[in-house]
Design a protein around this ligand. Structure first.
Ligand code: G6P
Length: 366
């Protein structure tokens, strides 16, 4: 029962722990013989996808962060342009619609006022079609879109979104794959196999819970925190910072690691914890140089990496070692320890984790 916390102290923790099951549910009935089924996007999906030359994603909050990950995926695996914008900006500015652009909204609730208004505005323009990625069947966004695919995360009660985010990422990867096959991408079966491996990997990451709980103690008396990531992990850093500020009320900012020298490095000292998310991808080496810059300024580093990171924990570095994951799947896996970190910091601070002050689960008015 979704409305029952069961053995968990908060809905948020329960929802974090549901993620292996949620990922299994997202994939259920969507895959056949290593390929993504197109009919799950709705009738007429294949004909519409055949014409897609560009993608415009619009969303708010956590759903927007999922959209930013998708931009990296779509441009890399499909090879077509993808733009992402927060709905409250998109709806109020003059935008240019290029021919062949698929308009995608992402929303847990399907009722966010700005996202819905952005969709309605866009429908006045010449977009190719409208796809909604949503957790609530029958919501306004789903009803008003041509195509829709449900994220099947089940009801999310905690205001800070967790399982809805990871389920959105999985659906965005399914969407990337159906578009990519039209542009000569032939590794679909490999990526689908990696998606299926996510369930087990998620369980392994959840088993790091005690280590993350211990790490959280370092944040309790802090007023600020900096999150760094590169590539697809940059939006994961943004989402990690959002989780921390939403429920622990610690001011957290995320930066693409390469921007460190262009401002945030000035803030780094012993009172500014720096959280670096560094799966072993092609950018790891560059990120390591950034990390040295932080250490050299007395900053304490909290590193989430895999066994290839080759760094030694010490007084200035706390390390959480994640299992090795396929590069493409890293944003999904690395989101989870950051959810747990925010959760345990908030618990230690004694905030109202499921109902943070001033925030609403669904922002249905402007
Ligand atoms: C609120 C919620 C967030 C959510 C955002 C967008 O701010 O607190 O968790 O990400 O709205 O909501 P949506 O339902 O459109 O995903």
């Amino acid at each position: 029962d979704a409305a029952d916390k069961g053995l968990y102290r908060h809905y948020m923790l329960k929802e974090i722990y549901e993620q292996p099951d949620v990922i299994a549910r997202v994939l259920e009935g969507r895959i056949h013989q290593g390929h993504v089924l197109e009919q799950v996007f709705g009738s007429g999906a294949s004909e519409l996808f055949d014409q897609v030359k560009m993608v415009q994603i619009v969303a708010c909050g956590t759903s927007y962060n999922a959209g930013v990950v998708a931009r990296y995926w779509i441009e890399k695996l499909v090879g077509i342009p993808c733009m992402v914008e927060v709905a409250s900006e998109f709806r109020y500015r003059k935008t240019v619609c290029m021919p062949g652009t698929l308009f995608i909204t992402i929303s847990q609730s399907g009722e966010t006022a700005d996202t819905l208004s952005a969709l309605r505005e866009a429908k006045e323009q010449s977009y190719l079609g409208f796809l909604s990625i949503c957790n609530v069947a029958g919501s306004s966004l789903v009803r008003e879109s041509d195509l829709a695919i449900m994220t099947n995360a089940g009801p999310e009660i905690g205001v800070a979104s967790t399982k809805a985010f990871t389920s959105q990422l999985v659906v965005l990867m399914l969407t990337t794959l159906v578009l990519a096959r039209r542009y000569g991408f032939d590794d679909e079966q490999e990526i689908v196999a990696q998606l299926e491996q996510l369930i087990g990997l998620t369980e392994q990451v959840l088993a790091l819970d005690p280590q993350i709980q211990k790490m959280a103690e370092h944040f309790v008396d802090k007023h600020h925190a900096l999150f760094l990531g590169r590539g697809t992990i940059y939006p994961v850093a943004v989402e990690g910072a959002l989780k921390l500020k939403e429920i622990s009320y610690i001011h957290a900012e995320a930066y693409p690691a390469g921007e460190l020298k262009h401002g945030p490095l000035a803030l780094v000292d012993e009172d500014m914890p720096v959280v670096a998310i560094a799966p072993n991808n092609s950018l790891l080496e560059k990120l390591q140089a950034n990390l040295e810059e932080v250490r050299a300024r007395g900053g304490k580093l909290f590193l989430f990496a895999d066994s290839k990171a080759q760094v030694k924990p010490g007084n200035d570095l706390e390390l959480i070692t994640l299992p090795d994951v396929p590069t493409v799947m890293a944003p999904i896996i690395y989101s989870i320890p950051l959810q747990l970190l925010a959760y345990y910091v908030a618990c230690l601070k004694g905030t109202d984790v499921d109902q943070p002050r001033n925030l609403a689960k669904s922002v249905t008015v402007e």
